[in-house]
Design a protein around this ligand. Structure first.
Ligand code: GLC
Length: 413
């Protein structure tokens, strides 16, 4: 059982915007972008610290790339961003006083976190900081597991860095911890103390569950499964299998349809989608991501009602259909039709009286009949009206919150 802390008490208030936002951009950017072989290259290739460190001098990003990310995020219909302020490699993207291994004192010669924060504000996006507890660069980053003095030093370092992040940039909306290696408990990490410090400075902040405390939300990674017991959750997904920049063939990138599929899936269970981009070393966004997110943005601009805002968790309320799947808000169901059946679309097993049907994107009314539990939408265009991705949403307004009951049997005559 979670202890009822102040943070837990006002969770609903703090998280209202987040629950309605649905869609955010994850940005993995660091020295590893220069290698272009995944952000775990240092570990996977056993690159010695001294050799890896050289990447700090050669990193020369172009001016203010964060504006490109934020513009793209906004245009895609994303409402918030989360950027890696320090990944496992240990390089700090901001002007920290705790170490010289940082973007202001090395190659970039400036505070990349400050640029990111400014860009988010310019485009009206909420601001999240990713912070990796695991640190492959700090001399105590591994030693802290076996040596008490090293642990004290490393915790002071960690808490100092986190304190700077939540102190120096005004209001921060999300703190997104990652990988609590090598210490095995929140007590050893002093997570409760650290998070209490964060909340004293940022009373509205939302904290994820990776400091080994449950905190505000769960973080399923590379899969979309709701958290249990009604807990808030956000699925974080790579675009192409790597978080950091790594070239990949076009077919390894999620398609526009696949991104929309993920959005439907998170919406259906009241979660969020944090979709990653791994910018090039200079900060520009890979063209595959730009193309897809631009199309996703055209789609969300027309169909946003089906995903943003307060939604119901379906939790088995609807069954599988060959032509599409549902999301639900109160008495209104949204049928995301991904395989267009032609001029008639039939939904069986519907419990609830249908009052009105329309095409969400342009509001065109759709004629229908409802006999018993069978709804037939009639006079539809021959081909899917959605020209962006072939995902047409039908808005179905019922007299009461609808359900669908089919089971495996057929009607007995
Ligand atoms: C994993 C990886 C890390 C990535 C993170 C994103 O924990 O170690 O590289 O940043 O997932 O969720």
């Amino acid at each position: 059982m979670e202890k009822i802390t102040d943070a837990a008490k006002d969770r609903a208030r703090r998280m209202k915007w987040w629950h309605e936002a649905r869609f955010g951009m994850f940005v993995h950017w660091g020295l590893y972008a220069q290698l272009g072989r995944h952000e775990w290259a240092m570990n996977r290739e056993r690159i010695p610290v001294a050799e890896y460190e050289r990447l700090a001098a050669t990193w020369k990003p172009k001016p203010r790339p964060a504006r490109e990310w934020a513009r793209l995020a906004k245009q895609a219909g994303m409402k918030y961003m989360v950027m890696t302020t320090k990944h496992h490699e240990g390089f700090c993207l901001w002007d920290t006083k705790m170490t010289d291994y940082n973007a202001a004192k090395c190659g970039p010669g400036r505070d990349l976190v400050a640029e990111y924060v400014e860009a988010c504000r310019e485009f009206g996006l909420r601001i999240g900081f990713y912070y990796s507890l695991m640190d492959w660069h700090h001399p105590d980053g591994a030693r802290c597991a076996k040596d008490e003095k090293a642990r004290r030093r490393f915790l002071d370092y960690t808490q100092g860095l986190v304190r700077e992040l939540v102190t120096n940039y005004g209001k921060i909306d999300i703190l997104w911890y990652d990988v609590a290696w090598p210490l095995s408990s929140p007590e050893l990490w002093e997570s409760a103390k650290m998070n209490a410090m964060v909340r004293r400075i940022q009373p509205d902040i939302i904290i994820n569950n990776r400091s080994l405390l449950e905190e505000d939300f769960g973080t399923p990674e590379e899969h979309i499964n709701p958290e249990q017991a009604g807990r808030a959750w956000e699925a974080c997904m790579t675009f192409n299998g790597s978080w950091g920049w790594q070239p990949a063939p076009p077919e390894d990138w999620h398609s526009v349809r696949s991104v929309l599929g993920m959005l439907r899936q998170v919406t259906a269970e009241g979660g969020n989608l944090l979709l990653n981009i791994g910018p090039h070393p200079d900060g520009s966004v890979p063209k595959e991501a730009v193309e897809r997110l631009t199309a996703v943005g055209k789609w969300t601009a027309k169909n946003g009602e089906a995903l943003y805002g307060k939604v119901e968790r379906l939790a088995g309320r609807f069954e599988w259909m060959p032509t599409g799947q549902f999301t639900l808000k109160g008495k209104t169901a949204y049928y995301w039709c991904t395989r267009w059946p032609g001029t008639e679309l039939t939904l069986g097993g519907i419990k609830g009286k249908l009052r009105a049907a329309s095409l969400l994107a342009d509001g065109r009314p759709v004629a229908f009949t409802q006999e018993k539990d069978r709804v037939i939408l009639r006079g539809l265009p021959k081909n899917s009206p959605d020209k962006i991705a072939g995902v047409t949403v039908l808005k179905l307004e019922f007299a009461t919150p609808p359900r669908q009951v089919l089971g495996a049997g057929c009607v007995v005559i």
